[in-house]
Design a protein around this ligand. Structure first.
Ligand code: NAD
Length: 484
């Protein structure tokens, strides 16, 4: 291979390995469509080897004190930071995410290792005065081997951060990286190899079928943490249920409303409409506020200002610090996003920004789309209802607060919602009525450590980034000591 990143290997039983299949997944730079490296396509045999290794390593890992495990997780965070430049260059090239904002991904992954390591003493049980003279209490124990399956939009951040809670709880982990943008999985593996005992973390690459599916179905796996799309989440629930009883948590998609009330500060709303769309990742973020629901009194002004700001987003090479948006992640996904843009036009939404490939020699190849905004969408249009997971925002108009809430709730999703108003009554009532797992009032995009992030309805099951996540990687045992 002459591609810049070459052959990147999996990590099984403490060793970097191409695995047994002899098949590879080639990764293309989404900005140029050139091959940049490849990873093994794990076979069922590889997945089974990873699980066997994790199973063998887990008892000794769980037997370490929380201080020993915590020290190793903190050392892993140090490795992440030390390798940050390599990780970011590879990740920006492989995902198309812009390097200027991507630096946070390594810091976030490292910070979650440190945060969960520090929370270890919160893995508490209860004592209950259930009968006189006796002692009744509950304990928290690790599941054993857990699976974490991650999506393409922030592969290093998700895979790295998602080690923290299962490892703190004393589990061993098998990570499945995505089939597009898989390359930094190998750098994560190299960091783990430096710090952790062999087998405690195994990292496999390849396709959902057979690699992900084999992992999910394995009878030794009783805990699965999945981040990805709704159809895959549903497939995982079905597959898991066919083999053994498993605790499955799901972080899925969203079609998140940014709700603008008549009194909202429009300067802040216009900023939020850009920040909330996560254009730095070409809109490919589960939490993106891809529906702007604006009161009729501010709607026209907002459409004009959001269109102008969307048009002003600087599209360019993801490795150029001046770029504010790169390409869409992969060919298949690009075609899907273009299909939604076409659908919006066909359904009669008004295209007010973008909608085409940028012009110029830099954009002749690659999966480029200018940041795109539709106005006058209605909730019967797919551009207003479906997760596009691309740089496309839809704007809709409402007259009463009740109507706004009804529109916000009229999708199958329920991940995030942003409410812009200084009317306390309207903000609090709307925050209670909106069917979303994570709500901002006069804010957008930002996650706050210690607050559970997760969706309701088809956006998922189970909160992450908080104590809830750590506890979800433990199972409970009740002990009754009968003294009387
Ligand atoms: P995806 O569902 O296509 O793939 C995610 C992962 O699942 C990949 O590693 C893939 O190989 C694996 N997979 C596919 N089929 C499988 C199967 N049958 N069994 C086991 N594993 C399988 O998702 P994607 O396209 O990579 O990511 C985009 C989606 O992820 C969007 O819907 C986005 O909203 C969602 N997402 C959610 C969050 C969140 O926190 N809620 C965060 C990021 C992304």
């Amino acid at each position: 291979m002459t591609s810049p990143f070459g052959d990147r290997l999996m990590f099984i039983d403490g060793e970097m390995t191409p695995g047994a299949s002899g098949e590879w997944v080639t990764s293309l730079n989404p900005a140029t469509e050139e091959p940049i490296g490849r990873v093994p396509a794990a076979s069922p045999e590889d997945v089974n080897a990873a699980i066997a290794s994790a199973k063998a390593a887990q008892p000794a890992w769980a037997a370490k004190s929380i201080f020993e495990r915590g020290a190793l997780l903190r050392a892993l965070a140090v490795e992440f930071r030390a390798r940050a430049q390599d990780i970011l260059t590879m990740e920006a090239t492989d995902t198309g995410n812009t390097i200027s904002k991507l630096g946070a991904d390594v810091q976030i992954a490292a910070a979650y290792l440190e945060y969960f390591a520090g929370l270890a003493t919160e893995m508490k049980g209860d004592t209950v005065p259930a009968s006189p003279g006796n002692i009744h209490f509950s304990l928290r124990e690790p599941y054993g081997v857990v699976a974490r399956i991650v999506p393409f939009n922030h592969p290093f951040m998700f895979a790295g951060a998602h080690l923290a809670s299962p490892l703190t709880a004393g589990n061993a982990v098998v990570v499945k990286t995505p089939e597009t943008s898989p390359l930094t999985g190998s750098l994560l593996a190299e960091c783990c190899k430096e710090v952790l005992p062999p087998g405690v973390v195994n990292i496999i690459s390849g396709y959902g079928l057979p690699a992900g599916d084999t992992l999910v179905r394995h009878p030794a796996i009783h805990r699965i943490g999945f981040t990805g799309s709704v159809p895959t989440g549903l497939a995982i629930q079905r597959a898991a249920a066919e083999t053994s009883v498993k605790h499955v948590s799901l972080e899925l998609g969203g079609k998140n409303p940014l709700m603008v009330f008549p009194d909202a500060d429009l300067d802040k709303v216009v900023d939020a409409s850009i920040a909330g769309m996560n254009f730095s990742w070409a809109g490919q973020s589960c939490g993106s506020t891809s529906r702007i629901l604006a009161h009729e009194s501010v709607y026209d002004e907002l459409v004009e200002r959001v269109a102008a700001r969307t048009d002003a987003v600087v599209v360019g090479d993801p490795l150029d610090p001046a770029s504010e948006m790169g390409p869409v992640n992969s060919k298949g996904h690009y075609e899907r996003v273009l299909g939604f843009v076409e659908g919006g036009r066909r359904d009669g939404a008004k295209l007010v920004a973008g909608g085409q490939r940028p012009t110029g020699d830099d954009f002749k190849k690659g999966y480029w789309l200018r940041p795109t905004a539709f106005a006058d969408a209605t909730m019967d249009m797919e551009v207003a209802r479906e997760e596009i997971f691309g740089p496309v925002v839809a704007m809709l108009k409402w007259s009463t607060r009740e109507e706004a809430v009804q529109m916000a709730n009229a999708t199958a999703y329920g991940l995030t919602a942003a409410i812009y108003t200084n009317d306390l009554q309207a903000a609090m009532t709307t925050a209670q009525e909106v069917e979303s797992g994570y709500v901002w009032v006069n804010g957008v995009a930002q996650h706050y450590v210690g607050l559970p992030f997760g969706g309701v309805k088809n956006s998922g099951l189970g909160g992450e980034e908080a104590l809830d996540e750590l506890l979800s990687y433990t199972r409970t045992k009740t002990v009754n000591i009968l003294l009387s």
